[in-house]
Design a protein. Structure first.
Length: 136
């Protein structure tokens, strides 16, 4: 059966090398390159959080914020699931700032969900001043 709009996709990430690091996906490579273009320091997979039988390995640490990166074709139900999943960080590190970035390959952030002290806010990517891919 063919994929239908509104249906979750089976995503199989392609690993890729950048700066001597094997990234789990080319989306993460694209994000790291975008950060480097604007001289923002980052750490790849800096920490794994465990709580209540769940775990989350943060994709990046940028300016004290733990980041989970996801592709731009995520459905709302998948975004909600990711927010629940990464919230486990607060069980072991209550003051952590965590962020889910919905990233469009080669372009940049589409949506950004930032969690602080158990509360979430969101913004759209480009107007909020979030990192972008190669621009004009």
């Amino acid at each position: 059966m063919a994929w239908q709009p509104g249906q979750q996709k089976d995503r199989i990430p392609r690993p890729g090398w950048y700066k001597g690091i094997l990234f789990r996906s080319m989306l993460e490579v694209d994000f790291a390159r975008a950060l480097d273009r604007v001289n923002i320091e980052w750490v790849y997979e800096p920490k794994t959080f465990f709580a209540d039988g769940q775990f989350w390995r943060a994709d990046f640490l940028v300016s004290g914020t733990y980041i989970e990166l996801k592709p731009s074709d995520l459905l709302p139900v998948e975004i909600a699931g990711q927010i629940r999943r990464i919230s486990c960080a607060w069980e072991t590190e209550p003051g952590a700032v965590i962020c889910l970035i919905v990233w469009r390959f080669g372009e940049g952030a589409v949506l950004v969900f930032t969690g602080r002290d158990g509360a979430w806010v969101f913004s759209t990517g480009y107007p909020a001043g979030v990192i972008r891919g190669p621009g004009p």
